[in-house]
Design a protein around this ligand. Structure first.
Ligand SMILES: NC(=O)C1=CN([C@@H]2O[C@H](COP(=O)(O)OP(=O)(O)OC[C@H]3O[C@@H](n4cnc5c(N)ncnc54)[C@H](OP(=O)(O)O)[C@@H]3O)[C@@H](O)[C@H]2O)C=CC1
Ligand SMILES: O=C1O[C@H](COP(=O)(O)O)[C@@H](O)[C@H](O)[C@H]1O
Length: 564
């Protein structure tokens, strides 16, 4: 049974009782003595990790709060979800907080606040949250109990986003709950981006912690291009130090993405092959089998390049292609990511194909076109699909195409990294392969990020028997078969990291600048020239132009040439 996405809700079907699985901590965390709880590895002043059970973190600057060490057991964390009435808060943030609580990963003393304009009582917030809380299917013990305990720690405050008064009332309520302990405060900005600066201004002025840390998780989009992103960064930095800003890209919290560095740097068999000498091309593929239904208004202002490529796929690319960092320390990793991003060529218009889905009828069912969404302006040219060929002009990757493909309303939901290796020179067995195409003889490493997390390597193998015939087989690590337990949602990992002050998986401002520099010129050209997207039917494999683009670089998309 696939482990992902299966959740237990009290009162639903009970699976056979199993022992509670051992909880896995990230490299930045260690288990407590019972092996159950993840404790943060605090940073000493020289940046080396040291084990600590407190929530102490490096100081934030004078703009916000001091950094005096909290007394043992004397600290508390208040997590305020700004935009608590919204989609992301309900779908992801509250469930992730509950999962952390369930796993004993939250501090002993914590409070969750919802903040939004909607009028709601604490009880109404709790009811709203309770509708989306789930326990992991394999961790259902005391589920209702735990939910009740968690909900008791959730409160709500209604206020305007630009209102210092609203946040100062919140501050008063937070203080009550913090009951004299050293207060640490985390604000999650789960609101439309035009409200980010208003909230940061008001909250930082009136609801910052006086003695502990204050951090803000900022959701994407971080601007629309280099200019607006720079402007957003400058505005945020009027009120916050960079160390207080946690720009979230939830793809960095996904298990397989987190594993990318482990695979590269802790297996001798991969790292020596990780360069232009052995790798022919790399493919980063994202597809969804649903359209923008419900989010068309937001999406139309951004399009798929900004929504998926410039952030999620580019972040994966940076982790894939960066040089070995000095250590696992956040700054060392982010330094390497910035270096590789800055070595990338600006994307050219001829290396991009854009598409938009059109309506389609299949099996008696009709699927809408993108422009059928009432929140999308008629005649919109916003791409819901894009393919691009990117290049890294450094010694390791010179000439290797990094192909990206991202689309909505395609035939399947999938995110994966495909690494196609070069052909074996003078392959003795070339004529013995079952197919005629030489591609089949090349190795391919696939990291399937979702669904059904897996890592598999396509190898050529002798078909058993007296003859000598080869086929392409797979060495397959399917997570659901190898590992017990449900894989945590990306938001769980990232929220925990933000609470612990671990910045490794958050985007630093210079990374963001480098990322926008790659995409801004082509976005300007696409929009300036009003390039018409190639239409593709809802539920199809996308525009045929993507194949021509790959063919320009003598590449075939791995997800098309095989269905694995
Ligand atoms: N939803 C998703 O799957 C994802 C969302 N994101 C990002 O997360 C953030 C939140 O997303 P999501 O929850 O979908 O957003 P919503 O549109 O649901 O907005 C969140 C809350 O903000 C308030 N709000 C919405 N529009 C306005 C407005 N025009 N003026 C003032 N307040 C408004 C509303 O609360 P109230 O009226 O009560 O004040 C609303 O409940 C966004 O930055 C989004 O880009 C990122 C990845 C995925
Ligand atoms: O950031 C976004 O991501 C989602 C896809 O996230 P996933 O974790 O479900 O793969 C995408 O639907 C959305 O358009 C985008 O804004």
């Amino acid at each position: 049974m696939a482990a992902t996405g299966l959740r237990f809700r009290p009162g639903t079907f009970l699976y056979p009782r199993r022992a509670k699985p051992h909880h896995h901590c990230s490299p930045q965390r260690v288990h407590d003595a019972r092996g159950r709880r993840c404790l943060p590895m605090a940073k000493s002043t020289n940046g080396r990790p040291q084990i600590s059970a407190s929530f102490r973190d490096v100081a934030i600057d004078g703009k916000a709060s001091g950094d005096g060490p909290p007394e043992q057991g004397g600290a508390t964390v208040s997590i305020t979800v700004v935009g608590a009435s919204g989609d992301l808060a309900k779908k992801k943030i509250f469930p992730a907080l509950f999962a952390l609580f369930y796993e004993d990963c939250l501090p002993e003393h914590f409070t969750v606040f919802g903040y939004a304009r909607s009028k709601m009582s604490d009880e109404e917030l709790r009811n709203m949250i309770s509708l989306t809380l789930t326990c992991r299917i394999d961790q259902r013990e005391n589920c209702s109990d735990k939910m009740e305990k968690f909900l008791k720690r959730c409160f709500y405050h209604s206020g305007q986003y630009n209102s210092e008064e609203g946040f100062s009332e919140l501050d008063r309520k937070l203080k009550e709950k913090e009951s004299g302990k050293v207060p640490n405060r985390l604000f999650y900005l789960s609101i439309p981006p035009n409200l980010f600066v208003d909230v940061v201004r008001s909250a930082s002025r009136t609801a910052s912690s006086q003695d502990g840390w204050t951090r803000f998780i900022v959701e994407k989009p971080f601007g629309r291009d280099s200019e607006s992103s720079g402007e957003l960064t400058r505005s945020l930095k009027k009120y916050l130090a960079e160390e207080q800003i946690f720009r979230i890209d939830h793809y960095l919290g996904k298990e397989l993405v987190e594993n990318l560095s482990v695979l590269r740097f802790s297996n001798l068999v991969f790292e020596p092959l990780w360069s232009r000498n052995y790798i022919r091309n790399v493919q980063l593929i994202f597809s969804e089998d649903f359209g923008t239904e419900g989010r068309g208004g937001y999406f139309d202002n951004y399009g798929i390049i900004r929504d998926i490529m410039q952030n999620h796929l580019l972040q994966i690319l940076a982790l894939f292609a960066m040089e070995t960092p000095v250590s696992l320390d956040a700054e060392d990793i982010r330094n390497e990511k910035v270096k590789v991003l800055r070595s990338m060529r600006k994307l050219r218009l001829e290396d991009v194909v854009v598409g938009q889905y059109k309506g389609h009828a299949k099996g008696g069912k009709t699927y809408p076109a993108y422009v059928d969404d009432p929140t999308v302006p008629a005649g919109s040219l916003t791409p819901t699909f894009a393919a691009a060929a990117l290049f890294i002009d450094n010694a390791r990757w010179d000439g290797v195409p990094f192909l990206m493909k991202a689309g909505k309303a395609l035939h399947t939901r999938r995110a994966e990294i495909r690494v196609q290796f070069r052909r074996v020179p003078g392959n003795l067995y070339r004529r013995r392969s079952s197919g005629t195409e030489l591609d089949k003889a090349a190795n391919e490493l696939v990291l399937r990020v979702q669904p059904d997390e897996a890592i598999y390597l396509k190898i050529n193998n002798k078909v058993p028997g007296l003859g000598m015939r080869l086929d392409s087989s797979e060495l397959n690590l399917l997570y659901s078969e190898r590992y017990r337990g449900e894989i945590p949602d990306a938001y769980e990992r990232l929220l925990l990291d933000a609470i612990e002050g671990e910045r490794r998986l958050f985007i630093r401002s210079d990374e963001l600048d480098a990322a926008w520099a790659i995409f801004t010129p082509v976005l300007r050209e696409l929009e300036g020239r009003r390039v018409a997207p190639e239409l593709y039917p809802y539920g199809s494999r996308g525009p045929v132009g993507a194949h021509y683009l790959a063919a320009n670089y003598n590449v075939r998309w791995g997800d098309i040439s095989s269905d694995t």
